[in-house]
Design a protein around this ligand. Structure first.
Ligand SMILES: [Zn+2]
Length: 157
């Protein structure tokens, strides 16, 4: 999936989930959205690797949708944050990261949550950059607007 689709799904996830955590929305929402770009450090031409040159080294050592697209990096991030007492940062990063993996599971290439332990892969019907992806993007954008309008009291659903 394209970076912007991950970001809008990350935004929607953040908007829906932030009321369940005791973390300020101004920290929670941006961190979830930023973290939703993270797993694609394993792809040379990804948004994050175009913005941060340093992470361009990652694709030289890890294959795309391998380890960085498994459940282990977000688990590690969560455990490290928990260990050092930074859960208010670790939780939104973990959520953003997982939102990326779950949205990649909608694509035909799919996502292997247990790489390299298992070859089990969850995949869907969306072609990256195809019409379905634009529909997913539009759907997530509209839902984000609705959730925001409701949170602001503009809309009563
Ligand atoms: Zn990805």
């Amino acid at each position: 999936m394209m970076g912007r689709t991950h970001a809008i799904i990350g935004l929607l996830t953040a908007l829906v989930l932030f009321p369940f955590f005791d973390i300020h929305w101004a920290l929670f929402i941006p961190l979830v959205v930023l973290a939703s770009y993270l797993p694609d450090v394993d792809h040379e031409n990804s948004k994050i690797n175009r913005v941060i040159p340093l992470t361009r080294l990652v694709p030289k050592f890890f294959k795309h949708r391998g380890f960085f697209h498994s459940a282990f990096p977000p688990l590690l991030i969560y455990l490290i944050a928990w260990h050092y007492g930074y859960l208010h940062i670790g939780i939104p990063i973990t959520i953003g990261y997982l939102s990326h993996l779950i949205s990649d599971s909608l694509t035909k290439l799919g996502c292997n949550f247990l790489h390299p332990i298992s070859n089990f892969r969850i995949s869907g019907f969306v072609t990256t950059g195809g019409k379905m992806e634009y529909l997913v993007f539009a759907g997530a954008a509209i839902l984000s607007l609705l959730v925001t309008a409701r949170a602001l009291g503009i809309l009563h659903l």
